[in-house]
Design a protein around this ligand. Structure first.
Ligand code: TYM
Length: 329
C-alpha cells in the first residue's frame, strides 16, 4: 500500500491555502493509502519560539484539521515532538546535506531577508528536518501546495544521495501530490502573493460568515476591463483562482464570460465568491468549536497517533542505523 504524509507548522490558524493546497487532498486519500498527518511544532520554533503559545497553537491546528475531515480512525495524526525519532533521523540525514545547497533554498533566503537578526541554524536545516518527517515513514506521496515544491526536491535529493552512498534502495523518491494535477498556490485577497497565515490576506477556517463576507468584499480588484477579451490583471486573476477552488465550474464560467464581454460587476462576483467560500468553511468552523473544547478526545487522538507514528519511525530508524553501520553491542 502506498504511504502518504502531510504536515503543517503549528503557527497561526488554518486558511483556505492550507485547505486547498494540502488538506483536502489528504482527506480524500486517507481511505486508500496508509496516511500520516502531523503538526510540525519543532519547525515552528525556527521562527516562533514562544513557550506560552506553542501548546495552544498545536491544539488549535489539531482541532482544525480534525474538523476539516482527517479521520483518526483511518489516518495516523500526531504531533512532531511526540515522535522525537525524527530528530535522530534529521541528524543522520544532515551528515549528507551540504551547507551550500541549504543556503540556496528559497525559503531560507527569504527568512534571512525578512529577519536578518535571527538567522539560526534551525532555519538553515529546516529542509533536512522536513525530509526526515517524510522519510521517517518512507512516504511515496506528499500532499502539499506549490510553495513546498523546492523542499520536496531537496527531500528527493537527500533520499537519492543516501541510497547511492550506502548502495541501497531504501528511501523512496517522495513526490509532491495534488489529486494527480499541478500543485496549487491559493493567492491572498490583497491582489498579490500567496495566501498566508501572517500576511493579513487570508480567509481562516474559523472565520465567521460575516468576517468572510467583509474580507471578500474588501478584496483588491481593478477598475474593470475596457476591451472585450482582455487578459486578467493579477488581482482579478487571483480572485478567479480562489473561485476555481470553491465555486461550481458553471459559476466560474458565468463570471469569466461577463468579464470577457466587459459586463462584469465585481460587487456581484465578490458576493458570489463569499457565499461559495462560506459553503466550504461554515461546516468546518462549526466542528472546530465542538472539537477544540473536547480535551479528552484530543488527548486520545494524539496519544494513539503518537504510538502508531513511533512504531513506524522505530522501524525506519532501526534500518537506517543498520545501513549506516551503527550496530548494537
Ligand atoms: P505550512 O505550515 O506553511 O503550510 C501547510 C500546507 O499548506 C500549504 N499551503 C498552501 N497551499 C496553497 N496555497 C497557499 N497559499 C498555501 N499556503 C500554505 C503548504 O504548501 C503546506 O502543504 N514546511 C511545511 C510544513 C512541513 C511539512 C513537512 C509539510 C514540515 N514538514 C513534511 C509536508 C511534509 C510548511 O511550512 O507548511
Amino acid at each position: 500500500m502506498k504511504r502518504v504524509l502531510s504536515g503543517i507548522r503549528s503557527t497561526g490558524q488554518l486558511h483556505l491555502g492550507n485547505y486547498f493546497g494540502a488538506l483536502k487532498n489528504f482527506v480524500t486519500m486517507q481511505h486508500d493509502a496508509e496516511c500520516f498527518f502531523f503538526i510540525a511544532d519543532y519547525h515552528s520554533l525556527t521562527t516562533h519560539p514562544d513557550p506560552t503559545r506553542l501548546h495552544g497553537n498545536v491544539k488549535q491546528i489539531l482541532s482544525e484539521y480534525l474538523a476539516a475531515g482527517i479521520d483518526p480512525q483511518v489516518a495516523t495524526i500526531y504531533i512532531q515532538s511526540d515522535v522525537p525519532q525524527v530528530a535522530e533521523l534529521s541528524l543522520l540525514l544532515s551528515m549528507h546535506a551540504y551547507v551550500g545547497e541549504l543556503e540556496r533554498t528559497a525559503s531560507f533566503k527569504d527568512k534571512v531577508r525578512k529577519n536578518p537578526e535571527n538567522v539560526n541554524a534551525g532555519l538553515l536545516t529546516y529542509p533536512v528536518l522536513m525530509a526526515a518527517d517524510i522519510l521517517l515513514h518512507r512516504a511515496d506521496y506528499v500532499p502539499v501546495g506549490k510553495d513546498q515544491e523546492q523542499h520536496l526536491e531537496l527531500t528527493r535529493r537527500f533520499a537519492r544521495r543516501f541510497n547511492q552512498i550506502y548502495g541501497v534502495d531504501y528511501f523512496p523518491e517522495s513526490v509532491p501530490y495534488n489529486f494527480g494535477r499541478e500543485l496549487v498556490k491559493i493567492p491572498g485577497l490583497d491582489g498579490t502573493g500567496k495566501m498566508g497565515k501572517s500576511e493579513g490576506n487570508g480567509i481562516f477556517l474559523s472565520d465567521s460568515d460575516e468576517v468572510i463576507r467583509k474580507k471578500v468584499m474588501k478584496a483588491v480588484t481593478d477598475s474593470g476591463p475596457t476591451e472585450p477579451n482582455s487578459p486578467f490583471s493579477e488581482p482579478v486573476a487571483n480572485i478567479f483562482t480562489i473561485m476555481d477552488a470553491v465555486s461550481e465550474p458553471s459559476t466560474v464560467a458565468y463570471f469569466k464570460e461577463k468579464y470577457a464581454s466587459c459586463e462584469i460587476r465585481y460587487g456581484e462576483l465578490k458576493k458570489q465568491l463569499a457565499e461559495d467560500i462560506i459553503r466550504t468553511v461554515a461546516p468546518i468552523r462549526e466542528r472546530i468549536e465542538a472539537i477544540s473544547s473536547n480535551d479528552k478526545y484530543l488527548h486520545e487522538v494524539v496519544t494513539d497517533g503518537a504510538a502508531k507514528a513511533r512504531r513506524s519511525a522505530d522501524r525506519t530508524l532501526a534500518d537506517v542505523r543498520e545501513i549506516m553501520g551503527i550496530h548494537p553491542f
